[in-house]
Design a protein around this ligand. Structure first.
Ligand code: DX5
Ligand code: ZN
Length: 225
């Protein structure tokens, strides 16, 4: 198992390799600066979401190709069984969906005992109060800003009230979680989400479908600083 990497200080951009050209994964990963950025890996199982992507094998490749902090977003039913496999290939943070867990507290404990940081994700229809019981122990709260499953969807601006509520809850209770937004994030929406309180900004299409991905990543970084 690789040692845990130190995370850069927020605000952080997390390029999502879901939108990258996998025949040129090394190039896609090389634009991330480990001192500034994370790499976001979207794992989908065709059950929790209709799409099917990749498992630990690609996370392992990403680990060997990049020194960046690996942010693994599990959009899978019953994630417990796969936590050790993702950790053993070097996932630094593992996020599970509240809606996919039979016992979220036990799943989050399994993530932490694997040595990874623990994140909890909420679909757009899931209110913050549904996660309240676990917020104090989280390293990251992922507020989905699209319906999980596919890259390239439209940013749901309504989710900013959830981001604001998560920020207020964190201050009130002295919690430590980072607030991550994922879906439809480009420079313009990143500014909106930053103002609402987001710390980590996942971006797929706005980076990897740009004519200059490194330039698009740089302008996203500027937008949130
Ligand atoms: C969607 C994924 C996202 C996706 C975002 O279910 O969780 O991480 O890669 O892609 P864009 O930035 O294109 O919306
Ligand atoms: Zn994601």
């Amino acid at each position: 198992m690789s040692a845990s990497r130190t995370s850069p200080e927020p605000p952080i951009v997390a390029p999502s390799i879901l939108s990258a050209d996998f025949s040129r994964l090394a190039e896609a990963l090389a634009i991330a600066d480990p001192a500034l950025d994370w790499i976001h890996c979207d794992v989908m199982d065709n059950h929790f979401v209709p799409n099917l992507t990749f498992g630990p094998l690609i996370v392992d490749a990403a680990r060997r190709l990049s020194a960046a902090f690996l942010d693994v977003h599990l959009m899978i039913e019953r994630p417990d069984r796969l936590i050790p496999a993702f950790r053993s290939v070097g996932a630094d943070l593992i996020t599970v969906h509240l809606e996919a867990c039979e016992d979220p507290g036990a799943t989050l404990a399994a993530v932490r005992s694997s040595g990874a940081r623990a994140g909890l994700a909420l679909k757009p229809a899931t209110p913050l109060r549904a996660a309240e019981r676990w917020l104090a122990e989280l390293d990251l709260l992922l507020v989905m800003t699209v319906e999980p499953g596919f890259g390239g969807q439209k940013f749901l601006a309504d989710m900013m009230t959830k981001v604001e509520a998560a920020k207020a809850w964190r201050a009130l209770h002295g919690a430590r979680y980072l607030i991550e937004v994922d879906g439809g994030i480009g420079a313009k929406n990143a500014t909106v989400a930053r103002r609402a309180g987001a710390d980590v900004f996942v971006a797929g299409n706005s980076i990897y479908h740009a004519s200059d991905p490194a330039g698009a990543l740089a302008s996203l970084r500027r937008a949130i600083r």
